[in-house]
Design a protein around this ligand. Structure first.
Ligand code: NAP
Length: 245
């Protein structure tokens, strides 16, 4: 039986890495994009290999459309198919609007939202040819409810929700399901920069009284890619310990 293939942007660390491991455990081969030069690819490759998966690493800045096209073409050359796309690459550049620099607004929108467009636009024609596909976009609960200090980030994540719902409508007839996962506060490099006092304050506002793990997000991403969720499309699933309800 032909092995399935999952392309995960930002799959070299944090939530993306756990998502990649989850797909590896379920018999998928991987395409992983990374952007930092200091990423330890050999260690990552061994990690995925130990879970039985082959991984293709492609240095790709998701803000660059040509880079994204090259990554997708390399994936097709290597595996001949892409069954699942997880748009996970993302950054924050937080400050109140009054102090937010234009370049920090542009950077966050370009990576989080335009990057999602750039990769999806290149993958979808192959999914249409395959007559099947699943796309899972990583949004955030702040894209639903907003958050002081994150005008750029919450706008990018709200944009991802609109993008997800539109594509779910456009692609349903092509047997492609498109959903979003909206994590709350998850322990990764992105949140490790927060002061302990801030983390404690956040934990107090979460009904489950703790931050989530990358694995808890990865489980839901896999669920949305699996056939057990075959009647779900155009949805946003919060993984946030009950923070937003
Ligand atoms: P992270 O640990 O900071 O990892 C971010 C990933 O994005 C890295 O793999 C990074 O690649 C990649 N990336 C950044 N800029 C890129 C670019 N220009 N092109 C390609 N890849 C790029 O973040 P995380 O916490 O795992 O977050 C993953 C996703 O979940 C993001 O979309 C984030 O907004 C979302 N999210 C996170 C939380 C949270 O609490 N952590 C909450 C809600 C939503 P390199 O390793 O090569 O730098």
């Amino acid at each position: 039986m032909e092995r399935k293939v999952a392309l995960i942007t930002g799959g070299s660390r944090g939530i993306g890495k756990k998502v990649a491991e989850e797909f590896a455990k379920h018999g998928y081969d991987l395409v992983i994009n990374y952007v930092s030069d200091n990423t330890n690819l050999e260690e990552l490759e061994n990690d995925f290999k130990s879970l039985g998966a082959k991984a293709l690493f492609v240095k790709t800045d998701v803000t660059n459309f040509e880079d994204c096209s090259n990554m997708v073409n390399k994936a097709i050359e290597e595996y001949g198919r892409i069954d699942v796309l997880v748009n996970n690459a993302g950054i924050t550049k937080d400050s109140l609007l009054i102090r937010m620099k234009e370049e920090d607004f542009d950077k966050v929108i370009n990576i989080n939202l335009k990057g999602t467009f750039n990769v999806t636009k290149n993958v979808v024609p192959f999914m249409i040819k395959q007559k099947e596909g699943k796309i899972i976009n990583i949004s955030s609960v702040v894209g639903v409810v907003g958050n002081a200090g994150q005008a750029n980030y919450s706008a990018s994540k709200a944009g991802i929700i609109g993008f997800t719902k539109t594509l779910a409508k456009e692609l349903a007839s092509r047997n492609i399901r498109v959903n979003a996962v909206a994590p709350g506060f998850i322990q990764t490099d992105m949140t490790s920069v927060l002061k302990d006092s801030v983390k404690e304050n956040i934990n107090n506002q979460i009904p489950l009284k703790r931050m989530g793990t990358a694995e808890e997000v990865a489980n839901v991403v896999y669920f949305l890619a699996d056939d057990v969720s075959s009647y779900i499309t155009g949805q946003v699933i919060n993984v946030d310990g009950g923070m937003v309800m």
